[in-house]
Design a protein. Structure first.
Length: 453
């Protein structure tokens, strides 16, 4: 049993705290927002994460998991302090470290015994060193009062507890191998896949991993655009590529691109770090450009199919940046809503859990009770988030209630031939524009081949 403090009760902090408590440690979670802590004390979750409520309630009831807003309660006596506060994007894409700085100042003010500060927030390379520097400037001695370890997280929203307990790897970086080993012991309760590096390398592994996954998505989205022009089907292309173990099948789903609180922010932050050091991170820039274009392409498709969008009713199925979360940060739906509103369209939307969050930031969207209400009288529907409940929709019912029968499948979850058989004018992402286009493919290829001398 170890005494662990977690700073920040967002997805990362709360999952970290709840899981370590569940493993028998004594955990106290701190957040500076009183409403979040009050909710947690009542057993309510400030975020939607499947399975989390049960783990939190069980460990709170057992007295292993406590919540506070008071640093004086959370810092003294802690053996480990996990810093899991937000690092939002600043104006130039750089990571804004104001929450980290405030956490470090408060740690400095209350530290009273040797404590290992474990940075779990995604922070620019070098932040671990500057954390140590700040503590030294506040009169603390590195190695005697504190040590800093970087421990980036690789958990996905929606399956965070599973990912935490079944990691592909745990990365720990520190100048002090003993401190890293002490943190490794916490993880050895459930995994041996632990890698120890220096501090900056661990910080970089996080950015490089997220940027690589984002790159896979943008890569397949670029291939999807080419497939559309040439009459190939990107779903089969991805499957064909994914069988190659060197490529791997994961993260090759073409669609409306990536969103969420991590990929866009981290790719931008890595780009910024490269640029301020005189580099030209062209690949990282292309990853973001392609992602933005994926959203724009939907509007182009709609213009082509619907015509002028002014006064037309467009329905969005799904708002969350991916299924099983209520998180709408950087979600495709938000970009689409803004673009379509600019075109003068009337918007309707439904999401099983993200409507409350979307309501706060989207004006002029009619929020509906279900997919059928979205469809009634609509000129076009866009499948934005691939929630399971959208996979089993009663298509004849949707079809019958729509004004015009246009269906854009932004996540390629439907069978094109079936959708067309239902009567829809259906388009996916990177799929043949009609069932006969495979036959037209040679024609589409010929002109460009003719240019090759
Ligand atoms: C991501 C990483 O997957 C985690 O490893 C990492 O720990 C986390 O960021 C983080 O840095 O905290 P997350 O943002 O929860 O996790 O979501 P993902 O499941 O990775 O999906 C990100 C976005 O990519 C979603 O919008 C999803 O729709 C999109 N995506 C994903 C695709 O468009 N195609 C794919 O093939 C896969």
């Amino acid at each position: 049993m170890r005494r662990i403090t977690v700073l920040g009760v967002g997805y990362v902090g709360l999952v970290t705290g709840a899981c370590f408590a569940d493993l028998g440690n004594q955990v106290i979670c701190l957040d500076v927002i009183p409403e979040k802590i009050e909710k947690l004390k009542r057993g309510e979750m400030p975020i939607f994460e499947p399975g989390l409520e049960e783990v939190v309630q069980r460990n709170a009831a057992a007295g292993r998991l406590e919540f506070t807003t008071n640093y004086a309660e959370a810092i003294p006596n802690a053996e480990f302090i996990f810093v899991a506060v937000g690092t939002p994007s600043g104006v130039d894409g750089e990571a804004d470290l104001k929450y980290i700085r405030s956490a470090v100042e408060n740690i400095a003010a209350h530290l009273d015994t040797y404590t290992i500060i474990v940075n779990r927030s995604t922070v620019p390379v070098g932040t671990g060193d500057s954390t140590a520097q700040t503590l030294i400037e506040r009169g603390k001695q590195q190695g005697i009062d504190f040590q800093v370890v970087s421990n980036p997280e690789f958990t996905r929203e929606g399956s965070a507890i599973y990912d935490f307990l079944n990691p592909d790897r745990v990365v720990l970086g520190s100048v002090d191998k003993e401190a890293a080993e002490a943190v490794a012991e916490l993880y050895r309760a459930f995994t041996e896949k632990i890698m120890i590096t220096d501090l900056r390398t661990a910080e970089m592994i996080k950015y490089a991993s997220n940027a690589f996954l984002a790159m896979k998505i943008s890569f397949i989205n670029e291939i999807a655009s080419i497939c559309e022009k040439l009459g190939a089907d990107v779903k089969d292309v991805a499957a064909g590529m994914g069988h190659d173990q060197r490529i791997g099948a994961a993260f090759l789903n073409a669609g409306l691109g990536f969103g969420g609180s991590c990929f866009p922010k981290d790719v931008k932050a890595l780009t910024y770090m490269a640029e301020v050091n005189g580099l030209h991170p062209q690949l990282l820039r292309a990853v973001m450009d392609i992602n933005r274009d994926q959203r724009r392409r939907v509007v182009l498709h709609l213009r082509e199919l619907v015509g002028n969008l002014r006064g037309k009713t467009i329905g969005m199925l799904g708002l969350a940046f991916k299924p099983n979360t209520d998180d709408i940060r950087e979600a495709a739906a938000i970009d689409l809503a803004h673009m379509l509103a600019n075109e003068g369209a009337n918007l309707r939307a439904y999401d099983p859990v993200a409507m409350e969050n979307a309501h706060r930031i989207l004006d002029g969207v009619k929020f509906c009770a279900d997919a059928y209400e979205v469809a009634a009288g609509a000129d076009a529907l866009i499948l934005v988030t691939e929630w399971n409940e959208f996979k089993q929709l009663n298509m004849p019912r949707l079809y019958a209630s729509m004004q015009r029968k246009i269906f854009l499948d932004g996540r390629n979850i439907y069978d094109p031939a079936e959708m067309r058989a239902h009567g829809f004018e259906y388009r996916g992402v990177g799929r043949p524009l009609n069932d006969a286009s495979a036959d037209n493919a040679p024609l589409a290829v010929e002109p460009s081949l003719a240019n090759v001398k």
